[in-house]
Design a protein around this ligand. Sequence first.
Ligand code: HEC
Length: 166
Amino acid sequence: MTPQQLSTLRPTRAGCAFILATAFASAALAQTAPAPPPNLAKQAIENRKAVFTLIGNNFKPIGEILRGNSTYESVEVGKYVTRVSFLTGFLVEAFPEVSKSGDTQARSEIWSNRADFDKRVKDFGDHASALSQVVAQGGGNSDAFKTAARAVAQDCKGCHDNYRSK
Ligand code: HEC
């Protein structure tokens, strides 16, 4: 083999560099291939529905007592109202702009009428906390309990009538 023939067999310097660069690039891609972006809207919607489901399940027995369909049992009532009060705290962050559309019954008025909606969320939290305090005082199925529980029930209805689609 002549030196000329040999040199045509040898890969060129540029060729080597290209092969190396490609190998590195694909290794780097394989390592840092970006994870699909989290679907923030879907997450927010799922979270708030979960929170409302828990609020609903825990407030239901209180509604039954108000309607006279079940008796007041203080340990149970204490448990339910404490949970509802705690859960209202999640609602403050449960309606980010990004979660306007998707698999949701939240109406767009929440975002176009934000101040009113936020006030309802705040009132709901305040009323749930007041109810929990009345219950903690241990007066049982008193007028104070009924008044505080009805204020919370009104918050549910008022907000659903205005901001939740059927
Ligand atoms: C400040 C407004 C507001 C208040 C107060 C409120 N809700 Fe809701 N609720 C909503 C909205 C909006 C939705 C729709 C959420 C969605 O589909 O993304 C909803 C949905 C629900 C759901 C359905 C959840 C699901 O899985 O789709 C239940 C149950 C519920 N609420 C119960 C209650 C109860 C019980 C109360 C009172 C103790 C209450 N809510 C108070 C606004 C409110």
